[in-house]
Design a protein around this ligand. Structure first.
Ligand code: FES
Length: 174
């Protein structure tokens, strides 16, 4: 099923927000990612057609933003901020803990498909560094103890009370 068939009304609503069609590119890519967890080549081609862009124009945008995945990710996508403020207070150490505890490097997924680890640029929570985003939730002021608890919670309950909340596409910003 194509995106246009599946999300007809939502696509129309997104397009109605922008006087210039191409401005809807990122929201449409994000919509395309919602169910499979990544943006397929077919979706990029379809979005190019919808916005009268070339497929490479869509691809170069999709590859620029780390919030868009181009391949399947684990059930819990751990994105550790590695930008300056987080780096100054230990993002490398956080990535090191996760590498050891999960047995994977950034860009990899655990064999059970539960976790994918990524190192990403600033997620705008610099004041509570070091921090990471897992799926749509932020986890801030990380310590090794917190990381252990978060991983254990996600393994057992699929969520953790240590999250400070979702910051991606908050309702109030729509
Ligand atoms: S530098 Fe890490 S959230 Fe901004």
């Amino acid at each position: 099923m194509t995106l246009s068939e599946k999300y007809k009304d939502e696509i129309a609503e997104i397009l109605s927000r922008y006087p210039v069609k191409r401005s809807a590119l990122i929201p449409l890519l994000y919509l395309a990612q919602r169910e499979p967890g990544y943006v397929t080549e077919a979706a990029m081609t379809e979005i190019a057609g919808l916005l009268k862009l070339t497929p490479p124009q869509v691809y170069e945008t999709a590859t620029f933003y780390t919030m868009l995945n181009l391949k399947k990710v684990g059930k819990h996508h751990i994105q550790v901020c590695k930008s300056l403020m987080c780096a100054l207070v230990g993002s490398d150490t956080v990535i090191g803990w996760l590498r050891t505890k999960l047995g994977i490097a950034p860009g990899e997924t655990t064999a059970d498909g539960l976790f994918t680890l990524s190192a990403v640029e600033c997620l705008a929570a610099c004041g509570t560094a070091p921090m990471m985003q897992i799926n749509d939730d932020y986890y801030e002021r990380l310590t090794e103890e917190k990381v252990d608890k978060i991983l254990a919670d996600l393994r057992t309950a699929g969520t953790s009370p240590l999250k400070s909340g979702p910051y991606m596409w908050p309702e109030s910003a729509r």
